[in-house]
Design a protein around this ligand. Structure first.
Ligand code: DGP
Length: 114
């Protein structure tokens, strides 16, 4: 179930987070409930509730988020590989209504996901 957009509070710094990257388009920080030794969230500064709400106007932004994830994977030492995940809406397991990419790594990740 989707809760409030807690990530807006991280963006405006009213809620602390362990930030690992910031630029004009996005912010990245460690997940509060890590599912792997490395679990970072990459979020756009633009308010986009879900991946479903992204439009053609967001094409470059989406590409940017993915390339930031690749850079962070390298910076965080995920040389053996990693997983980049977007949970979309209720059945996709999304709980925070602000688009975010999960960057997971540092252990063998199984497939299929739960
Ligand atoms: P999802 O279920 O895909 O919407 O992922 C939301 C993630 O956000 C989940 O892995 C936990 C994380 N999260 C929720 N609240 C906070 C918070 O206040 N701080 C941080 N750093 N992460 C949070």
């Amino acid at each position: 179930m989707m809760t409030e957009n807690i990530f807006l509070k991280i963006l405006d710094r009213s809620l602390p987070a362990k930030i690992v990257h910031e630029d004009e388009l996005c912010l990245a920080f460690h997940d509060i409930k890590p599912q792997a030794p490395v679990h970072v969230l990459i979020i756009p500064k633009k308010e986009i509730r879900t991946l479903d709400d992204a439009t053609a106007a967001d094409q470059a932004l989406l590409g940017h988020l993915q390339l930031v994830a690749v850079k962070l994977a390298h910076d965080l030492g995920l040389t053996k590989g990693y997983r980049l995940v977007v949970n979309c809406k209720e059945q996709g397991g999304q709980t925070v209504p602000h688009l975010h990419y999960h960057l997971l790594g540092g252990r063998d990740l199984t497939w299929p996901p739960g």
